[in-house]
Design a protein around this ligand. Structure first.
Ligand SMILES: [Fe+2]
Length: 380
């Protein structure tokens, strides 16, 4: 049963956090689109508002905006091409902001009066907006990385010494594990239904691969040895000239705090699935399956599971047995992305803390590296 006071509080909190996240950015910052996969911040602000108009309120300020800010929902009609989002100088940022507040003004009474069956869609909209909060930060980082000024999104906090994680192998016995979401809390449709899976014995590293460890892989000619790479990954290394994680620059790395000395003990981030997989092979280990990861998360005892970097798994984003997407247009949310995507588990420094959970299945194409992605090793 969904509690409307809880949902209203959550709605207001999430919307306010989005506004706070973009506060350090100028209107020009928010107009840039650095690549087809990334979106201008202004578009994120509008699209997360579009979601509530399209799926909840359905009272359009301007019917044509439906087309501009529909992301990928075929069932919601035509849409502006993703790669051309940076061309949308109109509506202005001010107009998008005033649209956001007018939708908020309409959502408050709606949430107070809506039939309980429709509150689920509001809740989904808040989780959707939290996904875009992380995308806003990763897309800003990507856009800023092309600027020779190496801008900082915010000033770096005082440097804290990251303790060297004491890496252990945590062993798990063979078991029939319950995988996936069940019960009352929120989950996306792709986390359901819960089902049983035979998970063989395995070990999982207690912490993530560090920058220092990844630098050893590079020094050992990791990017020059085809035997370490999947064929598609090796082709990508050749084509794109990859020699290090995307934001490495000598012994520094480009971050939301600008160009910063790279902390050798911090987890390596912004690596693709291909790089994670090649690193694991070099380290005589492998990536965990998503079932192994979830079993370990439920058991507890491991560190850096949710708060540093999303962890690539060896699992393709496929439907769980007897999966049924949400009814109607929202069935497109996850269900149609079950080809060519790898599952990431956990959460990152950029994820809203009340957004992630042990059953969460994030997914990206194997070549993606502009997200806050890292590596946790497993072995048989
Ligand atoms: Fe979206």
């Amino acid at each position: 049963v969904l509690d409307r006071d809880v949902i209203l509080e959550r709605y207001m909190r999430v919307r306010a956090l989005t506004a706070a996240l973009v506060a350090p950015l100028s209107a020009e910052d928010m107009a840039v689109q650095s690549m087809p996969e990334a979106s201008p911040v202004k578009w994120h602000l509008a699209h997360t508002t579009w979601f509530f108009e399209e799926f909840v309120l359905r009272g359009w300020r301007d019917e044509r905006w439906r087309v501009l800010f529909n992301s990928y929902y075929e069932g919601a009609g035509p849409r502006h091409a993703r790669a051309g989002r940076g061309l949308l100088s109109r509506p202005s940022l001010d107009e998008v902001r005033s649209w956001r507040s007018s939708v908020d003004d309409r959502m408050h009474p709606y949430i107070q009066r809506a039939p309980p069956s429709e509150l689920a869609c509001v809740l989904l909209g808040t989780h959707h907006e939290q996904q875009h909060q992380e995308l806003i930060l990763t897309d800003v980082l990507h856009a800023f990385s092309f600027n020779e000024l190496k801008p900082a999104y915010v000033e770096a906090p005082p440097r804290r010494d990251v303790p060297i994680p004491t890496k252990r192998w945590c062993a798990f016995d063979e078991t029939i594990a319950r995988i996936g979401h069940a019960g009352d809390g929120f989950a996306f449709d792709n986390e359901t239904p819960q089902h049983r899976v035979l998970v063989g014995a395995f070990s999982l590293a207690s912490s993530l691969v560090t920058n220092r460890e990844y630098a050893d892989f590079i020094a050992d000619r990791g990017y020059q040895r085809p035997e370490l790479w999947l064929s598609d990954g090796w082709a990508m290394v050749q084509r794109e000239g990859w020699t290090a994680p995307i934001y490495w620059d000598g012994d520094r790395a480009f971050t939301l705090y600008g160009l910063q000395p790279r902390d050798p003990n911090a987890p390596v981030t912004h690596v693709s699935f291909y790089e994670a997989d090649a690193y694991a092979r070099w380290a005589a280990a492998r990536l965990p399956t998503e079932q192994e990861w979830e079993r370990a998360a439920e058991a507890g005892g491991l560190s850096q599971m949710f708060d540093e970097a999303w962890q690539w798994t060896a699992s393709a984003h496929l439907p769980y047995p007897r999966f049924r997407p949400l009814e109607g247009v929202l069935g497109e949310y996850n269900g149609k992305f079950m080809s060519g995507q790898m599952v990431l588990r956990g959460g990152s420094r950029l994820s809203p803390p009340d957004h992630v959970r042990a059953t969460y299945r994030n997914f990206f194409p194997p070549f993606a590296r502009w997200q806050m992605t890292g590596i946790r090793l497993a072995r048989d």
